[in-house]
Design a protein around this ligand. Sequence first.
Ligand code: TYM
Length: 333
Amino acid sequence: MGKKIFSGVQPTGNLHLGNYIGAIKNFVDLQNQEGNECVYCVVDLHAITAKQDPIILKNNIRETTATFLASGIDSKKSIIFNQSLVPAHSEGSWILGCIARMGWLNRMTQFKEKAGKDKEKASVGLYIYPVLMTADILLYDATHVPVGEDQKQHLELSRDIAQKFNLDFNAPNFLRAPEPLIQKNFSRIMSLKDGTNKMSKSDPSDLSRINLTDHKDQIMNKIKKAKTDNDPLPDDDENLSQRPEVENLLGIYSSLSGQSLKNSINEFSGKNFSEFKEKLAELVVEKISPISVEINKLQKDTSYIDTILKEGGKRANSIASKKVEEMKKIIGF
Ligand code: TYM
């Protein structure tokens, strides 16, 4: 039987190779597997948990949509839309916020990271953000949610919330607890400048990430400058975890070439870093440049992008509004 897939990406600009390898590339693979029904959402309601400039936000919603399309998500096969077009996400989120417990949310490590030292100044939205994410998933009865490693805890929470709702209202199996789809390898792509930090949109150094809109020369330059160490390339994976930068670059190479880490290690053992980096840069350019060219092209046609979102929004709305109506009935509204 096919899977019901839901996933989302925040339109906060600077989508990067981590987003591609950890999430978007898998969105495309899942879409292309027979029988799957996929919903891919540009989660603009999530984006406003941090302050956004309205004009830049609008631009980023279109850019993220263009990235989906340029990466191979097909609006005929999958539903593509932005979250704010479908009111059920906000409504469902409120209801589920009354199910989730403070203690559960207090454990979320991403909130702690994002809120930083001064928690009191973080928005309330940032705190309850995993509840909105839960509503996103549960409204579509998603069976599987492809994400990077950093979203694992949020998915566990969504399972807990689904189960508590079903239990509280004696509605067995009404909300479906989703399975995370996290790749075993390559689910956490690290910064090119520090292999102990994940590649991130918010890193102040642009050299730390490959943006999906980077040109060929930028990609080559960033890989050339990527941090490595003074030892030769490894012959096996024994001590690789102690060499996070090298592990990360070999991981990127493996993921984009579709081969195992072991094969990549064998391919480059005994070779020097300049040779490896050259091959890696060629591969990243080969895979990412066509996407970046297509994003640029698509972005010029804003009305095309807006039509895709609107059409997707209608399809998403017909699913999500029904589910939220059923939720309301169960609650006693
Ligand atoms: P976001 O927008 O931060 O990231 C989008 C996707 O990219 C993955 N990712 C990475 N994977 C590997 N290595 C990295 N360095 C890396 N950085 C980011 C993320 O794990 C994610 O899969 N809360 C979510 C968006 C969301 C969502 C949802 C996801 C909202 N509702 C419902 C799934 C289902 C987020 O902020 O992702």
